[in-house]
Write a protein that binds this ligand. Structure first.
Ligand code: C5P
Length: 206
């Protein structure tokens, strides 16, 4: 079985996916980490993030590996673990530019489709583009202020600055970020993390 959990930035996708995956005893797959890792490698190499050809050549020369675990995903480049550097402010600021490149999207999609099911996949377009055949699809939303407040403990900036960056990223991501027609949309604003996880679990096919 494949379960997809898409949604806007900082809507709780990773925590919810991890909780649902643990309850089901399967891994979860964080597609955003591959976009983040591609961005980090591009920044480190001093590449123009708008330049698809050079960036893709660099990614192919330095293959990345996503390790999907139920508790948290890790990203490796050979023996080097990149995971710890993927949620910095500079990666946040550049990742939507990289994610808008069709070649990079194809590169990420191919890696995701090669993973063995069952799993819970989270991102923006898991239910629409990458796994349209998924048995259960969810889309998480919450207001920008609530999302910024939740993120504030993980970033050095204050809530208004985080909120402005989230709104900017939502705008840049809007092309690939829409609920699948058969997705259940959940407003996570009034719910606790466990409340969202239970809502998802209650709607899974038996
Ligand atoms: O999920 P997360 O917020 O970590 O994703 C980081 C960025 O990666 C998003 O802002 C978006 O630009 C991109 N992304 C995407 N499609 C996905 C997952 C992430 O475009 N399926």
């Amino acid at each position: 079985m494949i379960v997809t959990i898409d949604g806007v930035a900082a809507s709780g996708k990773s925590s919810v996916s991890s909780g649902v995956a643990r309850a089901l005893g399967v891994p979860y797959v964080s597609s955003g980490l591959l976009y983040r890792a591609a961005t980090l490698l591009g920044l480190e190499a001093g590449l123009d993030l708008h330049g698809a050809a050079k960036l893709l050549a660099h990614l192919q020369a330095h293959p990345l590996r996503l390790e999907p675990l139920a508790g948290g995903n890790r990203v490796w480049q050979g023996e080097r673990e990149l995971t710890g550097g993927l949620h910095s402010t500079r990666v946040d600021a550049g990742v939507s530019v990289v994610a808008a490149l069709p070649d990079v999207r194809g590169w990420v999609d191919a890696q995701l489709r090669a993973l063995p099911a069952p799993f819970v996949a989270e991102g923006r377009d898991m239910g629409t583009t990458v796994f349209p055949q998924a048995q259960a699809k969810f889309y998480l939303t919450a207001s920008p202020r609530i999302r910024a407040q939740r993120r504030a403990s993980e970033r050095p900036e204050d809530v208004p600055a985080i909120e402005a960056a989230l709104v900017r990223r939502d705008l840049l991501d809007r092309v690939q970020s829409a609920p699948a027609p058969d997705a259940v949309v959940i407003d996570t604003g009034p719910l606790t993390l466990d409340g969202v996880i239970q809502t998802v679990l209650a709607q899974l096919p038996q």
